[in-house]
Design a protein around this ligand. Structure first.
Ligand SMILES: *Cc1c(COP(=O)(O)O)cnc(C)c1O
Length: 379
């Protein structure tokens, strides 16, 4: 089945009792058993819920993997992956990551004895150099949030295979419509389903997809033991969101390309970070591993004072000033003070994330309307 068909049908089976075409929202905490331990596969809703089962099946199919697991948020999904490890184990991760991932790694798991080495993963040699006898996992984000850096997943997978390490990829920015890390050799794909999978800015959720049954068992054990599961209503919303993922991503990519080019030609814009540009350092890899370049764009103004950035951000009308991304509506964000404020300033600047960087999540509105909004805001 082609992806466009999978988005509509993955995980959907008519309800056996009524024929309802949509999987019902099974708003229940428990299930009646015929006799002690004789049940229909559903015991208690932290462990199993039919709405969640339908979603997890859909997640696996659209990521071209075998097993999906849904979590109460993207960071809860990341948390479950790190809980595969033990104190003393080491993780190699990117030096440009979602701020909440950075916070979870450095403020929670370092305290519990897991060691993180942040390197520039756009050059996979940096990963090889950071490997020690204690390394267990490589955590990648590509494209990165917010710098739009690209890492070659296949090249990193060759390294992790050789050294017997797990490779996890945060695929939130690309979505399964543009990139499928499992097919490139990753062991675990992570999503903030809050973003493109949900697609309508109305739910917080996370997802993991794997191919290994053993890994699925370990992650399922963590999911039910730690309990960061999504409710059935949220599972229903993400299932519904996935149905339009294909056409939404097409529209995000089209608008993203139009806006990236328009920004690049604007006299007041200094730099536009978007992997679709041929002179973007990650363009050849992006072209190889992604089907299109997405709707996420970061840019810097020539006047890079924070005051000027604040002036522009206060003037957009269609682009709402808000954290998050991947919804049908366009959003603008100031990473330094919003999504990435949890990263120390020197750390941010060292990795190229300047105080003046502006991030856009280009929605699926009319591109001309979006351009007019940016034009009047930038002035
Ligand atoms: C939002 C986001 C997360 C965290 O997901 P939540 O659903 O907010 O917990 C992780 N990674 C990336 C790239 C994100 O954009």
């Amino acid at each position: 089945m082609k992806p466009a068909t999978q988005y509509i049908h993955a995980g959907s089976h008519p309800d056996p009792t009524t024929g309802a075409i949509m999987t019902p929202i099974f708003q229940t905490s428990t299930y009646v058993q015929e006799a002690p331990a004789t049940h229909k596969g559903y015991e208690y809703a932290r462990s199993q819920n039919p709405t969640r089962t339908a979603l997890e099946e859909a997640l696996a199919i659209i990521e071209q993997g075998k097993y999906g697991l849904a979590f109460s948020s993207g960071v809860a999904a990341t948390d479950a992956v790190i809980k595969l490890l033990n104190a003393g184990d080491e993780v190699i991760c990117g030096n440009d990551m979602y701020g909440g991932t950075y916070r979870l790694f450095t403020k929670v798991f370092e305290r519990l004895g897991i060691v993180f080495h942040a390197v520039d993963t756009t050059n996979p040699d940096n990963i090889t150099s950071a490997i020690t006898a204690k390394t267990k996992l490589v955590w990648l984000e590509t494209p990165t949030n917010p710098m739009m850096n690209i890492t070659d997943i296949e090249a990193v997978a060759a390294i992790t295979r050789k050294h017997n390490l797990l490779l996890a990829v945060d695929n939130t920015f690309a979505s399964p419509a543009l990139q499928n890390p499992l097919t490139l050799g990753a062991d675990i794909v992570m999503h903030s389903a809050t973003k493109y999978l949900g697609g309508h800015s109305d739910v917080i959720q996370g997802a993991l997809v794997v191919n290994s049954a053993e890994l699925r068992e370990k992650l399922y054990f963590i999911q039910k033991s730690c309990g960061a599961v999504p409710g059935p209503m949220d599972c229903f919303l993400v299932l519904r969101g996935i149905k339009t993922l294909g056409i939404r991503m097409k529209a995000h990519c089209e608008n993203g390309a139009i806006i990236a080019h328009w920004l690049r030609n604007h006299p007041k814009v200094a730099k536009v970070h978007w992997p679709g540009f041929e002179d973007h350092p990650g363009h050849p890899v992006a072209k190889k591993q992604m089907r299109d370049f997405g709707g996420m764009i970061a840019f810097e103004l020539k006047n890079d004072s924070v005051e000027e950035v604040k002036r522009v951000l206060s003037k957009t009308k269609l682009f709402a000033l808000a954290e998050s991304l991947g919804g049908v509506e366009s959003l603008v964000n100031h990473p330094a003070s919003m999504t990435h404020a949890s990263i120390p300033r020197e750390e941010r600047i060292k990795n190229g994330l300047r105080d003046s960087l502006i991030r856009l999540s280009v929605g699926i509105e009319d591109a001309q309307d979006l351009i007019e909004d940016l034009a009047q805001a930038i002035g």
